[in-house]
Design a protein around this ligand. Structure first.
Ligand code: ACO
Length: 423
């Protein structure tokens, strides 16, 4: 007999097997309360495992993040984004031949249907690029209806590589529409990240080649953002997929979830916060405001990490690399001072609030000349690899059920309709 949890309640009792630190929530139904079978109340699903997953491992206490068992720091040092995408989706690192085929497949699918560019360009030029990206991704389902055949392995693979290939193109076109520049089409001469930068920033040159130090820094950021187990947007992707939805519909919803300032929108919020603070001497006043509940220190705190976010450490290094090319941004000084004060202040240490991935990434994006509205887009592009892996894992999981949580009803009970004249 393994570890079990025994609960008694009046005449009812249950003995639930504890497996991998959890019990089956449905076991609780054996206890009947005056309001019905026992369930748990868990806003934000903070203590509820909704899936079994073998993709990403996080130990928030120890500050560990691994993709398929490989520490993210090693991947950031040695790997490329497309290799990491392969790892997440297939489960193992590719051989040289497998990687060559994979890169070729993804790059082959970078072109986007002209009508999809019209979807983006029909929106207002000053619309947030995440709104444009969300529409572009969701519209992909209409161009590739075979994606609805989620039980066909060939269609699944084809649409995963399509989405990975097209995501940077949609993101770049969303940006260029905002600034009124004509679209740049993918180039076979550039790798995934270089090509993305070219589609964003190429002007009159025949071939735009970004500084390799800058494209490597963006590649590292892409690797660090590729997956993060059951975060808000991934949970949304899996919930939408649980209704047997295609990858585009599911990931379009994921883009929407990521847009939120408490999730992917945080790095944009960090930059705004640093600008608002404006100078070093105003840092103590801002920190005092945070402690009195007037504001949040954006880029600090994490639902899972109660220690330094391992991605923030790698990014801190990348900040130095990027600034060695572009020159130092004065906002960096404010960020460093904020971090110093927060890490030695009881308010933050007692709540175990440490810098998260977003605290420094915005500074890198700004140094690469991205406007703040593009920051979340730069998160969505690489996170697509994780969403795709998680979408696929869900589709293949015999235990996947349509997501349908319970509620605790607190409203009125039966009332008879009252005619409008009598209210
Ligand atoms: N600044 C100030 N106080 C904070 C912060 C912060 N950034 N984050 C949490 N706290 C405080 C809360 O006020 C609360 O204090 P209390 O116990 O006195 O009420 C305590 O710390 C716990 O906070 P919760 O909101 O319960 O923590 P939760 O796990 O729900 O939230 C979150 C996590 C949303 C990330 C939060 O820390 C936050 O808002 N951070 C700022 C936004 C941010 O950087 N988001 C990026 C997350 S990483 C990502 O999505 C890629």
């Amino acid at each position: 007999m393994g570890d079990t949890l025994t609960i008694t309640h009046g005449d009812d009792s249950l003995s639930a097997e504890i497996s991998q630190g959890t019990i089956r929530a449905t076991e609780l139904k054996k206890i009947v309360t005056p309001d019905g079978p026992l369930a748990t109340y868990d806003p934000g699903l903070v203590n509820t495992a909704s899936v079994k997953s073998s993709i990403t491992y996080i130990d928030g206490e120890a500050g560990i993040l691994e993709y398929r068992g490989y520490p993210v720091e090693q991947l950031a040092e040695h790997s490329t984004f497309l290799e990491v995408a392969y790892l997440l989706i297939h489960g193992d690192l590719p051989t040289a031949d497998q990687l060559a085929v994979w890169e070729d497949e993804v790059n082959h699918h970078r072109l986007v249907h002209e009508n999809a560019s019209q979807v983006i360009e029909s929106l207002r030029y000053d619309a947030h690029p995440m709104g444009k990206l969300m529409s572009g991704v969701a519209s992909m389902q209409t161009f590739y209806p075979d994606a609805r055949n989620i039980n066909d392995p060939v269609a699944r693979h084809e649409n995963i590589v399509r989405l990975l290939g097209k995501m940077p193109t949609l993101a770049a076109w969303a940006y260029r529409h905002s600034v009124g520049w004509r679209r740049v089409y993918p180039s076979d001469e550039l790798n995934y990240v270089e090509n993305f930068l070219a589609m964003l920033f190429q002007m009159q040159e025949r071939l735009y080649r970004p500084d390799p130090r800058l494209s490597r820094a963006l590649e590292v950021l892409f690797i660090l953002h590729a997956d993060h187990e059951q975060n808000c947007s991934t949970n949304v992707v899996r919930a939408v997929a649980s209704a047997d939805n295609d990858i585009y519909t599911s990931c379009g919803a994921g883009v929407g979830a990521l847009f939120g300032p408490l999730h992917g929108g945080a790095n944009e919020a960090v930059l705004r916060m640093l600008r608002e603070i404006g100078s070093l001497d105003r840092v103590p006043e801002f920190v005092a405001g945070v402690k009195s509940g007037k504001a949040r220190l954006m880029g600090f705190g994490h639902r899972v990490y109660k220690n330094y976010d391992p991605r923030a450490k790698v990014i801190r290094q990348a900040v130095d690399d990027v600034f060695s090319v572009t020159g130092v941004n004065p906002l960096l000084q404010i960020a460093v001072e904020l971090e110093k004060i927060a890490l030695s202040d009881e308010y933050f240490t007692s709540r175990r609030l440490y810098p998260n991935v977003d605290f420094y990434s915005g500074l890198i994006y700004e140094a690469l000349h991205f406007p703040p509205a593009m920051f979340t887009v730069l998160f969505a592009v690489p996170r697509t690899a994780g969403w795709a892996a998680q979408w696929l894992e869900g589709v293949l999981d015999p235990e996947q059920k349509i997501t349908r949580p319970k509620q605790i009803y607190t409203g009125e009970r039966r009332r008879d309709y009252v005619n409008i004249d009598n209210r």
